[in-house]
Design a protein around this ligand. Structure first.
Ligand code: G3P
Ligand code: CA
Length: 238
């Protein structure tokens, strides 16, 4: 699935457009990203939607817990104006809207933010077989359940920690394809360890040229960035 250094647009091109919206995903594609990273949570009526936080407060003009809102309740919610008036009327997208928009033109990294979303995502992907999807989570129980239930899915292990060895072995045991550490935790030996164990390594989140180049020299297989256009230019040497 990964044939070169992968530019992952973190929550879309979220340096230029409101995170986790169709506008941010469209801009990521225009800026030359290879893939989009997004966060998935569940509405009260069981629909997987794309939002990072558990509440609407930070990224919409509304407030309160997403889990208490039905999809119909989200219809009038503006997920773009907080970023800039030109993005007013951006909605909270459903995951299905994003799958329909992206098709197979880009990779998708779906980060599962809550356990129930794992099952819903798995069901939804059955209807979108053309999409090229990598599923990741900090909740490794979700990944283990998905591996047992749907071994055909591509899985990536997210980690905040500096001590990776045990987690890498868990990822290998669950046939993961990739490891996603915090970028400031990465050292060359750990890149080598991932590769020796057959895992790709995709650190997050890098918006600074010097750090991006250092990580690429260490041999990482791609980076998550809020600025995919900049990373594309740095990789091209301009
Ligand atoms: O998947 C990488 C990164 O998105 C994990 O952290 O908080 O941005 O979801 P967060
Ligand atoms: Ca994320």
């Amino acid at each position: 699935m990964f044939q070169k250094t992968v530019i992952w647009a973190h929550r879309g091109a979220s340096g230029k457009a409101p995170e986790n919206t169709l506008a941010a995903f469209g801009l990521a594609e225009l800026d030359g990203a290879d893939g989009i990273e997004l966060d998935v949570r569940m509405t009260a009526d069981g629909v997987p939607v794309v939002m990072h936080d558990a509440t609407l407060d930070r990224t919409t003009d509304d407030s309160g817990l997403l889990a208490l809102r039905s999809l119909a309740d989200l219809a009038g919610v503006d997920a773009g104006r907080w970023f800039g008036p030109q993005f007013a009327k951006e909605s909270v997208p459903t995951l299905e809207q994003v799958l329909c928009q992206i098709q197979d033109r880009m990779l998708l990294n779906i980060e599962i933010k809550e356990f129930a979303a794992g099952v819903a995502v798995k069901r939804l992907l059955k209807r979108h077989a053309r999409c090229r999807v990598l599923i990741s989570s900090f909740d490794h129980a979700v990944l283990q359940a998905l591996h047992l239930d749907a071994p055909e899915l591509f899985l990536g292990y997210l980690s905040e920690d500096a001590d990776w060895d045990r987690l890498i072995e868990t990822a290998v045991a669950n046939r993961a394809v990739s490891f996603h550490p915090r970028q400031d935790r990465v050292v060359a030996e750990q890149v080598e360890l991932c590769h020796a164990r057959g895992l790709k390594i995709f650190p997050w989140v890098v918006d600074e040229k010097k750090r991006a180049m250092t990580l690429l020299e260490m041999g990482v297989d791609g980076l998550f960035t809020n600025e995919p256009g900049s990373l594309r230019r740095w990789l091209a040497g301009v």
